[in-house]
Design a protein around this ligand. Sequence first.
Ligand code: GLV
Ligand code: MN
Ligand code: MN
Length: 413
Amino acid sequence: MEIKNLRVNGIRLRESLEEMAKIGATPNGGVQRLTLSDEDKRARDLFVRWLSEMDVEIRVDEMGSIFGKRRGKNNDLAPVMSGSHIDSQPKGGRFDGILGVMGALEVLRTIHENKIETERPIVIVDWTNEEGSRFAPAMIGSGVWAGALERGWVYNRTDINGKRFVDELERIGYKGTVPAKKWPVYAYYEYHIEQGPVLEKEGKIIGAPKGVLCLRWYDIYLEGEANQVGPTPMEGRHDALCAAAEMILKVNELPARMGGNMVATVGEIQNSPNSRNVIPDKVHLTVDIRSWDDDLAQRAWEDLNKDFEEITERRGCPIRIEETWRVEHSPFDKKLVQKVLDTADELGYPAFHMVSGAGHDASYMSQIAPTAMIFVPSIDGRSHVEVENTKWEDCEAGGNVLLHTVLQSAMEA
Ligand code: GLV
Ligand code: MN
Ligand code: MN
């Protein structure tokens, strides 16, 4: 068959996604596959089994990221790489991340069964811990691999129960021996659901983001004074949860106050001792700030800090702030992005140039290799939730765009 007429098998892609969705399935149709959990392990095992059915060399690096390499005619040439992540949010959907891994698998299967010889090798990848939900920060498999994060620091990150990343990596049997160290990559394509409302609103099937917003994560620890709620007068209390409440609203108001294009969120909070009749004395909360404009995000954070200072002084609740993560906005490779748009056009799928508000391993990959992403619409713009959904025909369309962008790059000598 002529290469230009080649298409992925949409039914097989759907079946792979449905099979994966059984692992960690939640009652309302989503998945819970937290990083390095038993579910993450089972999904990895299945992925590795599927990879081993093809002529692919499988390697696991010391961060647990899984690579499958299909040889080309000239294996001295830098490979084309594609993949995403298998881990999910606590109440996540059936498409976030896994679509990019199953999409790349479907591309490899299509190439394999049609016995296509590419000039360059093709590497499929599952990056460890893209979500950052169990172990902060996010995108750490790709971050360490790209040289942006330090392996030792990541190994010692702990989850909410004090379990260390490295111990959990060993426990599930995915602490590989291959150094998590970048090698030359000719082109990196990541296929993903949009996770927002833009494509649906525009009536398009394929999105080609020009890049990813900057991401800033902070951990805030507040100290109050615990006491019995009944006898303790309202005056003179040091209520850490009330200080946190004021801060949360300041974060929520920040984008409107700063103007410009940004979003800011508090998504996680722990309150101690978390008893209805004790004044809270310890609160941990997270702040997530994103914008295309790194300076705006920085100014916003500095402004927010002034508010935080005023609140902690007035309420007598000392504060400790950690900057957990910072990634500047990541522009993708203009030529590769154009290739995605042109390929969608050739295949007859209406496409749209946009930005990615969600973080992706493609952010770190764009620091070391020409990178582009392929988006397909999220129904009602919902993601990181159990009802996250994308039409099967759109999954297939994105798969075809991935197939042809990967093939074009892999045929370049
Ligand atoms: C990753 O899922 C993110 O956008 O936080
Ligand atoms: Mn994702
Ligand atoms: Mn996600």
